[in-house]
Design a protein around this ligand. Structure first.
Ligand code: PMP
Length: 411
């Protein structure tokens, strides 16, 4: 019997109902299905493998040292002595955490420095950091648009952009990957029915490794009066001669991009995400983006590591050039051997499209047996029969490592 509380007589009459077990949810069942399929094919689950050690280019899994192609440490900064020293001295000076939202607990001078230098480097008035790139996308999109607005996104945009769009209450329409005609068709049909229209794309596409025609896209967004948001998580430190991302690569003034998003967790060898744009955009987000206002700021070590990495990137553009040389070498080798690299431009990340989940899993195991660790991606990360291995290239890979990896793929 229930203890008396407001409305308890009605509750007594309601009877009794069990909450579903988590294992009965459709998501859980689909995870189990994948795992069982893997087992029936004799493929070990490749995800969440414990890495017993990691260094600049290699990783140890199950006691075996592998050349690592599974990290987005594009510029090899994750164990750079200057980056590690900056993180250590930030801990010595300020401890391990800042404990609350910066609105509550205040900012450190290094937060301001990082945000100023990020804005400056990528060509914007100001920027704001979030605890992750995912949080930056979700919060920014959900803050900028509402019911009555429209989000039009490239079909392959990252999950965080979709989640932000859903949370915003705006209507959502995808357009075909990098297809500006498909975008224009959507705008002709819909522009006048919505107040604000936000177009969201990725700079360097994280699954395909290609880029949109940015000048063309900017002409379109200006004609139809839309905001343009670019998630350049993979383009930062990778695209352009000095690693300034997709605008530099396309030879476009970055200020034509209304909302520029990057992550601190890949080329910048730390953790967190940032949004850059004009001063009003940053003011708006600073006082109203839930993932900033109601969430903790970047810890000192993380902030200092990102700042140190950014300064190395500015000082040593030759790292970006080495990354370009390395990725082009591997990309050309893969193409020459007849692998399907899709529409990739061969900078930073090189996808090798396999097709079925089964063959992707098998190929991954063969690669690991031969001493290489690429990163598998399957549905829903990519389309159903477009499973692939992604090879994240680093400026620090040696020519021999790159060539022998392509040879191993051939075998
Ligand atoms: N956008 C893209 C395109 C990404 O690839 C990622 C991370 N894989 C994110 C956003 C999220 O960034 P973070 O890992 O910093 O949360």
């Amino acid at each position: 019997a229930l203890r008396p509380f407001f409305g308890f007589q009605k509750a007594e009459r309601f009877g009794h109902r069990e909450a579903a077990a988590f294992s009965d949810t459709s998501r859980f069942r689909s995870i189990r299905q994948y795992q069982m399929l893997g087992q029936s094919w004799g493929i070990e689950n490749p995800f969440f493998k414990i890495q017993e050690s990691r260094s600049k280019r290699s990783v140890t899994i199950d006691g075996k040292q592998l050349v690592n192609f599974g990290w987005c440490d594009y510029l090899g900064l994750s164990d750079h002595p200057e980056v590690m020293a900056a993180a250590r001295s930030a801990i010595d000076a300020f401890g391990c955490c800042i404990s609350a939202s910066r609105m509550i607990s205040g900012s450190l001078d290094m937060h301001r420095q990082l945000e100023t230098e990020l804005a400056d480097f990528f060509g914007f008035e100001n920027s704001l950091t979030f605890v992750s790139g995912h949080a930056a996308n979700v919060s920014t999109i959900a803050t900028l648009v509402n019911k009555g607005d429209l989000v039009i996104h490239d079909e392959f945009v990252h999950n965080s952009a979709i989640v932000g769009a859903r949370l915003s209450g705006a209507e959502i329409k995808p357009f075909k990957h990098n297809d500006l005609e498909s975008l224009v068709r959507l705008l002709l049909q819909n522009r006048d029915s919505f107040q604000n229209v936000l177009i969201v794309i990725e700079g360097l596409c994280s699954t395909e490794g290609d880029c949109v025609d940015l000048s063309g896209l900017i002409e379109i967004k200006e004609k139809f009066g839309c905001w343009l948001m670019i998630d350049d998580a993979h383009g930062v430190g990778v695209l352009g001669e000095s690693g300034r991302g997709v605008a530099e690569y396309a030879g476009v003034d970055p200020r034509k991009i209304d909302i520029f998003m990057g992550t601190l967790s890949k080329s910048l060898a730390s953790c967190g995400g940032f949004i850059a744009g004009n001063a009003d955009l940053i003011e708006l987000l600073k006082y109203s983006a839930p993932g900033f206002v109601y969430s903790v700021g970047l810890p000192p070590a993380v902030t200092a590591a990102a700042l140190a990495s950014l300064r190395i990137l500015k000082r040593e553009p030759e790292r970006v050039h080495r990354l370009h040389d390395n990725s082009k070498l591997f990309f050309r080798d893969c193409r020459a051997r007849g692998f399907d690299t899709g529409t990739s431009i061969g900078l930073g990340m090189v996808p090798v499209i396999v097709g079925s989940v089964k063959n992707t899993g098998k190929l991954l195991e063969r690669m690991q047996e031969q001493g290489f660790n690429p990163s598998p991606i399957i549905y829903p990360g990519v389309r159903f029969n477009a499973s692939r291995l992604r090879f994240f290239i680093s400026s620090e890979h040696s020519v021999d490592e790159l060539q022998s990896c392509a040879e191993a793929l051939s075998r």
